[in-house]
Design a protein around this ligand. Sequence first.
Ligand SMILES: Nc1ncnc2c1ncn2[C@@H]1O[C@H](COP(=O)(O)OP(=O)(O)OP(=O)(O)O)[C@@H](O)[C@H]1O
Length: 448
Amino acid sequence: MIGTTLRNRWVLEKKIGQGAFGDIYAARDIETKKNVAVKMEECTKKRESLKLEVVVLKSIQDSPYAPIYISCGRIPNYNYVVMELLGNNLAQLKRKMPTGKFSLGTTLRLGIELISAIEDVHEAGFLHRDIKPSNFALRRTSHKGQSFCCVIDFGLARKYVDSNFQIRPARQNIGFRGTARYASIASHQSEELGRKDDLWSLYYLLIEFLVGQLPWRKLKEKDEIKEMKIKYNCPALCQGLPPEFVKFFEHINSLKYEDKPNYQYLRNLLRETYLRYHFDDNYPFDWEIPSENIQTPILISNSTVANTGMSSVLPTRSPFLAEMDLNSPKLNREFISTENMNSNLFLNSAFKPIHQNNQNPDQNINNPLSRSQQKLMLAYDPTSPRNADLFEQQLKRIQHQGKSNTVNSAEIEMDNLQNQNANQNANQNSVIHFPDNQSSHRKCCEIM
Ligand SMILES: Nc1ncnc2c1ncn2[C@@H]1O[C@H](COP(=O)(O)OP(=O)(O)OP(=O)(O)O)[C@@H](O)[C@H]1O
């Protein structure tokens, strides 16, 4: 297909995606000289889903979350639709993360957007029925009024309202619809899917973003996946996550086929969590962090501690404190990550120490730290992976702000910590106790 010109206008240049129902190409619009995406579908396929896709795509064009529809047509054996060319999908972005997951801040920001995207599809009278990370893609450039990401792939969509916008009656035994990993339990049970079921898929997606994987990731059989979903739904699936995830679960679990979800309530839950952790609107997405600042994780176990330059490790009940000599060649100076699930010791961070040089920011990275600055202290409560995430967020904030060369509140908070806790206690080589509340967990790292 590469090289084919559609309607003397769109030249297929490169295959960029493949799905069950068709291939997606990057193409050149000869008329506008712009790049576009073309989704092709063989007409011989039993199911011609592209026509449905076009209908849905056209009907959500008012939404900021819709890829721009350009045209559609037919050539011998193929139907095609031409639309805005998007960037990476969220599954690709997640795979690129060194930790294989997104941070809490990124997950929450995404979640708020994705709820709105799903709501817009529902408002147009359609269910998506295949909500999953690869069905959301980032815009390459977003203009005013557009969102940064789009919902795609309406091949399994269904109109759930009639011409009077009344909910169509539920059918019996309609069979499985969707993708097994993200499908709702109702879909596994062959029930008619409603608006709630797209949000069930979103719930699984968000947990996967945050934790890295879902418990049923390795299972192939749909029935086994269903059993595991029933077993793990909540609270097991939400363990260690902010309590709002339980509330999210409770809301979608209370909905029946015909019920309209309270999208605003769900957005508020995520927003409240976002604010509670003091993330602000300028907080970078994980993929916006300069890649040179994110290194491949190294596993530091207790046995390697001794020769990696961790000069003292004080495994305490809670928190964990480690002091590391940044000069150690084995420590890689730029990245420290410990993930010791067995002992529940979980320190996970990606950062480059920043020696702020406000006069000449370019020297920030290379400027050698003085001996007294070569100690780095990290501490947080290891009993909760959530704290590890928060910790990671803080360090990322430092990276980001160091890069943009602004005074940052994280450093001020760290100074506070230094005054309050770390100096007194760490220097005496004793255990640091943080009161068990969120704000103290946020103030738990220090760079000297
Ligand atoms: N407009 C677009 N711009 C850039 N990439 C796109 C676009 N549309 C789709 N893609 C890429 O192609 C992949 C497959 O597209 P899509 O999901 O629409 O196809 P599908 O045949 O319905 O797939 P599936 O079998 O996963 O349901 C997407 O995950 C995305 O990465």
